[in-house]
Ligand binder design. Structure first.
Ligand code: GLC
Length: 596
């Protein structure tokens, strides 16, 4: 064992120590970090060690076309962790191989930002179960071929975390775990350059704490206190907890809000170089202690910022990142019937080096933030602000002729900025079709849903569904009746899973059945050679902006996908059709998808 440890550590020791000392210049803290690493390595179960060995031999395991993710809240889907174990067959029926459970560690109630305010990074929230339940679940999942992903909320703790409690009680050691200031001098300086995340629901970046008589940095909500990573003790403690989750059997760590973890006056406090130093260290730590575990970065940034979070092939950081840009551009293309921005975005992402890998998704627990590429918009003659306003008005259903039902999130009348909430089905028109009792409208809504799923399935990366989307679950407007949930419109799409409706997936012709079958067909497609980890994906030019064309190549195989983003029939002439082996002019019905 000792030998294996030394062998693994030797690969990274120099770089790890160099980076740590560069950041902290604190030998004792470095020793403490290495001690935690060894303790976690020694504490890893035989089963997880075997997994480590398998994954070291098969580093592409998460890149296969057959990998399919799903994200969900434990309580909304099953009630608690124990009950979730009983629902595994349902996940297997859908080919789920990767399950992202929304935060489930100890959190304050009722205000916890969907679990992103953590009170204890080492303990499961009692409302969901125990650590033993979690370990039992990961074991069952592994047996079912499903890897568990959990969030690791790096940027902040709940203000009820024991560190925060000690800080409030006046302990300077713990006040140094956060960014606390006795007066507004420093906070005011920060406010000059740091943008706001929730301008509407949580304005400003600092919160006054009466007990402590200090301002504390709270980038997100007032009850989420930003950690101070300039203090090496914070990093050591957080790494310890991260490794603890790995040893409970977690295989993918979603590092939450990672661009925000380092703060420097005079900057936006996003994407600073020290963030990359820390992520690189985390990657090396995991490779030493538990190489089966990979990192998914939550980096909601433009592609230019995003790529840096992969690091380089020699010094990699995250294994995968959310494909936020493609998600947003898919929804934008659907509302505008224009795929030009989407294509430009795909071209930019497809040009990234081989080691860059995405999680592709349509919806998750968060809103859709309309972060489009403004330079590209201007190049195409699109006014970015008016385009954004059109999109959020379209998806909240206000825009004349809109089929969508959704809501705004964090509307800021000052800047005219807003994001959108809603489930895939409601945003695609199912809710409107039900209201109007229109079969024709329902038919179009289902086609839109399958169009989006098909397009996102074709992109480079691992596919992830949002639980409920597989049965076309609608918005849950009743969140407004719950005073604890009413002020966050993201709750519109955070709904209790409808098991009654799920039964209908077996009845031909139902909404549920049509979506379920459509997804099954896409799964079959993704098991083909053009979806191998090293397959290439490119877009293909055409003369019709309503139609997106993509090509996948795996070995000698080739697959062309054509996606009509319009409710009108379209004809497209592709550039160099002979090269693709397709006809010169291709006809597509409304929202039709063709694979050639
Ligand atoms: C991430 C989560 C989001 C949460 C935020 C603050 O962005 O996805 O739901 O509000 O972090 O923790």
């Amino acid at each position: 064992m000792q030998e294996q440890w030394e062998h693994r550590l030797a690969r990274h020791k120099d770089e790890l120590e160099w980076l740590f000392m560069e950041l902290y210049n604190d030998r004792a803290a470095l020793d403490a970090l290495e001690a935690e690493m060894f303790a976690a390595y020694a504490g890893r179960s035989a089963e997880l060690r075997a997994l480590d060995a398998d994954r070291e031999k098969d580093p592409d395991w998460y890149r296969r076309g057959s990998m399919q993710g799903m994200t969900m809240y434990t309580d909304l889907f099953a009630g608690n962790l124990k009950k979730l174990v009983k629902k595994l067959a349902y996940l297997q029926q859908q080919g789920v191989t990767y399950l992202h459970l929304m935060p489930l560690l100890k959190m304050p109630h009722p205000y916890n930002d969907g679990g992103y305010a953590v009170e204890d990074f080492d303990t499961v929230d009692p409302s969901l179960g125990t650590n033993a339940d979690l370990a039992a679940l990961t074991k069952q999942l592994r047996m079912a071929g499903i890897s568990l992903c959990l969030d690791f909320v790096m940027n902040h703790t709940a203000d009820t975390h024991p560190w925060a409690l000690r800080a409030k009680a006046g302990d300077p050691v713990y006040q140094n775990y956060y960014c606390c200031y006795p007066d507004r001098t420093i906070p005011d300086l920060y406010e000059q350059t740091v943008p706001q995340v929730f301008p509407n629901t949580a304005p400003g970046n600092f919160t006054w704490n009466e007990e402590m008589q200090r301002w504390v940095l709270t980038t997100f909500h007032p009850y989420q206190w930003d950690l101070n990573y300039r203090n090496p003790a914070v990093l050591v403690e957080m790494v310890k907890s991260m490794l603890n989750l790995a040893n409970l059997g977690v295989e993918v760590l979603r590092i939450d809000a990672v661009p925000y973890i380092w703060k420097t006056l005079g900057t936006t406090c996003r994407n600073l170089p020290q963030v990359h130093t820390i992520v690189r260290m985390v990657r090396m730590i995991l490779e030493c202690v538990c190489p089966a575990v990979i990192i998914k970065g939550e980096v909601v940034m433009a592609p230019r910022e995003l790529a840096a979070y992969y690091g380089t092939p020699v010094k990699p950081e995250c294994h995968m990142l959310y494909n936020v840009s493609v998600m947003v551009n898919l929804w934008a293309a659907l509302a505008t019937r224009d795929t030009r921005l989407l294509k430009a975005q795909l071209d930019e992402l497809n040009a990234l080096p081989e080691h860059c890998w995405f999680i592709n998704y349509l919806r998750c627990h968060d809103d859709i933030g309309w972060g489009l590429d403004e330079d590209e918009e201007r190049r195409l003659g699109i006014d970015p602000q008016r385009h954004k306003e059109y999109l959020y008005r379209f998806y909240d259903g206000e825009y004349p002729g809109s089929w969508a039902r959704g809501e705004l999130y964090n509307y800021d009348p000052g800047t005219g900025d807003a994001r959108s909430c809603g489930t895939t089905a409601s945003l695609c028109g199912v809710e409107t079709a039900v209201e109007h009792k229109s079969d024709a409208a329902m038919d179009l809504a289902v086609k839109r849903i399958l169009l989006l799923h098909s397009a996102v399935s074709f992109c480079k990366g691992t596919l992830m569904l949002n639980s409920g989307d597989e049965i076309g679950q609608l918005n849950g407007w009743d969140y407004k009746d719950d005073p604890n949930r009413a002020d966050d419109s993201r709750n519109l799409h955070r709904t209790v899973f409808n098991w009654r409706k799920a039964v209908l997936r077996r009845r031909p012709g139902t909404l549920q059945n049509r979506i379920w079958q459509g997804l099954a067909e896409l799964r079959t497609l993704r098991s083909g050679p053009c979806f191998e980890p090293n397959a290439s994906v490119t877009t293909w030019g055409g003369d019709n902006p309503a139609v997106l064309a993509m090509v996948r190549r795996g070995g000698t195989h080739r697959l062309t996908g054509l996606f009509n983003f319009s409710e009108q029939p379209q004809t497209v002439h592709l550039d160099s059709p002979a090269l693709l082996g397709v006809d010169a002019a291709i006809y597509l019905k409304p929202y039709e998808v063709k694979f050639l």
